[in-house]
Design a protein around this ligand. Sequence first.
Ligand code: 3HC
Length: 316
Amino acid sequence: MIKFALIKLLLMDDKIFQEKIDKDRKIEPKDWMPEKYRSHLIRQISQHAHSEIIGMQPEGQWISRAPSLRSKMILLAKVQDEAGHGLYLYSACETLGISRDQLISQLHSGAAKYSSIFNYPTLSWADMGAIGWLVDGAAIVNQVSLQRTSYGPYSRGMIKICKEESFHQRQGYEIMAELAKGTKEQKDMAQDALNRFWWPSIMMFGPHDADSPRSGNAMKWKIKRQTNDELRQSFIDKTVGQAEVIGLKIPDPDLKWNEKRGHYDFGEIDWEEFWNVVNGNGPCNKERLDHHINAHQEGEWVREAARAYANKQIKN
Ligand code: 3HC
């Protein structure tokens, strides 16, 4: 009898929860939520946070090699922003009942992922332009949509992050525009960066909707407000014209405006490459994770000092 009453109660909770979601009410940390909603959010927000932090590496490598003081200052500011974005997202994730230590150990053990895009090498200064323009451009499309996510702390973090993301995209596009109107070598450098980063950037939106195991619940619980393919299409539609304006060619022979659809048709994504990189076999996966593990271990003394200081404050 008690078991039946418990199941009935749980079903009621699920029903009330879904009604809140359907009415676009934000779910807050202290609200009741289905365990699957909580674990889905921990997964997505933690991977988003890991992406922000790991994403500092490919750009950080070029701070000391920036071609001018102005470009060094801009890149430095951008990389620092990404660290802040990671902290917002880790803090949002912790409101779901997981600790920072658990999140970091999931990253180090490979149990948690980060965006595949950051497993590609940055070979020239033009790559700083391609990352800002394309990677942050794709992130903006995704994150503007996530501002309306159903989980309160994630949504509020996104609103703050989106404000900074548009500066990231503009500074990247400015680098590409400068190079594209420079010498032949500079224009070739920009085109080479576009050739290498275009397809990995559109892979950031994840598998096609039909092959996306998480999208069903993500859309039902309004964690996602648009699907992977909708966001990918929106990014492509926005970006093609930007490439044309600066005289660069997107490396997709099948890219063509489709009047009937009102969107660009584009070629097939290499999903074998995508899953290869997601599953740890990309060009830089090992380098990125080793670097993070080393930095984390070397930073233990800072965490110890901060803990000692905090404990002293509590005792006083
Ligand atoms: N890289 C790595 N893993 C990816 C991926 C990618 N590009 N695309 C999908 N995946 C993973 C998913 O995490 C999921 O793995 P899991 O089941 O082990 O958790 C699996 O592939 C199946 O994909 P789904 O589409 O079913 O998963 P989601 O519904 O979670 O959609 C997503 C994937 C669109 C990336 C979604 O998780 C999302 O919107 N995440 C938040 C945004 C984000 O993480 N962006 C990453 C870049 S952040 C960034 O660019 C910072 C900027 O400042 C530069």
